[in-house]
Design a protein around this ligand. Structure first.
Ligand SMILES: [Zn+2]
Ligand SMILES: [Zn+2]
Length: 109
């Protein structure tokens, strides 16, 4: 786990969001129906603890055919290679404040 240095909150444990959520948080604009998707790499014992978690907007999930939350990624390196530009680092406190303002509603299934 890396750290992100936020100008407002200082050093924080990094979290990931898609580029659209990232822009929405920075500019304090709404981005609704976001979804938390975490993937695991259970097939590889060395990587089994790694969970690739990210908040995605509806567009990213549809456009990139992202697997549903909880999916096992057979080849995490290839997956991250293909999807890495979707994983934007984010300060968890900024994200929380943005959500607290009602700007990032979560999809309710
Ligand atoms: Zn997106
Ligand atoms: Zn912050």
């Amino acid at each position: 786990m890396g750290l992100v240095i936020c100008p407002t909150h200082g050093e924080k444990i990094i979290m990931f969001v898609c580029p659209h959520v990232s822009i929405a948080v920075v500019f304090h604009t709404p981005c609704h129906n976001i979804e938390w998707c975490a993937y695991s790499a259970a097939n590889d014992p060395e990587l089994s603890d790694i969970s690739l978690g990210c908040w995605f907007c509806r567009c990213c999930i549809t456009e990139h055919n992202l697997p549903p939350h909880g999916s096992v990624i057979p080849d995490p390196e290839e997956f991250l290679g293909m999807q890495s530009r979707l994983y934007q680092p984010m300060c968890p406190d900024c994200f929380k404040e943005w959500q607290d303002c009602g700007l990032g509603d979560i999809t309710s299934a």
